[in-house]
Design a protein around this ligand. Structure first.
Ligand code: ATP
Ligand code: MG
Length: 220
């Protein structure tokens, strides 16, 4: 049996992917053994640590295969440390989690088309992972209409379906904030904005907002 896989990606970096992903791992983990993983991380281990802390499957014993020091895009960080990010290595590293946990969540670095190497992007990793739900996180601010449209259409061109979209409260709200969910539903009727998460003081305060997403995603 392979555990159901939820992949969390986004339209860019620093937009709330880990906040949403850790919350989903926490709420799913109330009923199941759930592993939250970040196989590729640059500039430290804070995402892998946050997902590990939220997990109810013992993920912290297994170090992510690509923890890269430089806080730059994965392809550049890997090159600077004389490494190459290899997609089959990531798929292989994930296999034991998918056999042993009840459900697995993987956060990808940066945006869906962030490069992992000179010739691959996160989208290639998604394709290599096989059946999975793909959740896209995007910030509720000006520019998000372009970023989501571009990402969803480029994904479709690769045969990748975005299953759900979560808008994350922008650190600096603007005149578009609060309107983007409805605009995206007009522009992209096939991809529902499943949640708009507020700015919170404690990230665990997101759990109640995101709990409803689990049955919609059929995950775990
Ligand atoms: N809903 C929220 N309320 C308050 N703070 C938030 C919220 N979402 C994210 N943050 C904060 O914003 C910052 C960026 O969020 P987060 O780390 O989740 O982004 P990310 O997309 O995962 O970034 P990266 O590309 O580095 O993985 C963090 O300091 C996080 O604590
Ligand atoms: Mg993150």
């Amino acid at each position: 049996m392979t555990a159901p896989l939820l992949v969390v990606s986004g339209t860019g970096t620093g937009i709330g992917k880990t906040a949403v992903a850790a919350s989903l791992v926490r709420v799913a983990g109330l009923q199941a053994s759930v592993a939250g993983l970040k196989p590729v991380e640059t500039g430290g281990t804070s995402d892998a640590d946050a997902l590990g802390q939220a997990s109810t499957f013992h993920v912290t014993r297994f170090t992510s295969p690509y923890l890269l020091d430089d806080p730059v895009s994965p392809n550049v960080a890997a090159r600077r440390s004389s490494r190459t990010i290899d997609i089959p290595t990531i798929v292989e590293w994930l296999a034991p989690f998918r056999c042993q946990a009840d459900a697995v969540l993987v956060e990808l670095p940066g945006g869906l088309f962030s490069p992992l190497s000179d010739t691959t992007t996160n989208a290639d990793l998604v394709a290599a992972l096989g059946p999975a739900k793909l959740l896209l996180v995007a910030p509720d601010r000006l520019g998000v209409l372009h970023d989501v449209l571009a990402t969803v259409h480029a994904a479709a061109g690769r045969g990748i379906t975005v299953d759900a979209l979560v808008l994350s409260a922008a650190e600096h709200p603007d005149a578009s904030t609060g309107t983007n969910a409805a605009e995206l539903e007009r522009l992209l009727p096939s991809v529902r904005v499943q949640a708009s998460v507020p700015r919170v003081r404690h990230l665990t305060d997101l759990d109640d907002d995101l709990r409803a997403l689990l049955p919609l995603l059929h995950w775990p």
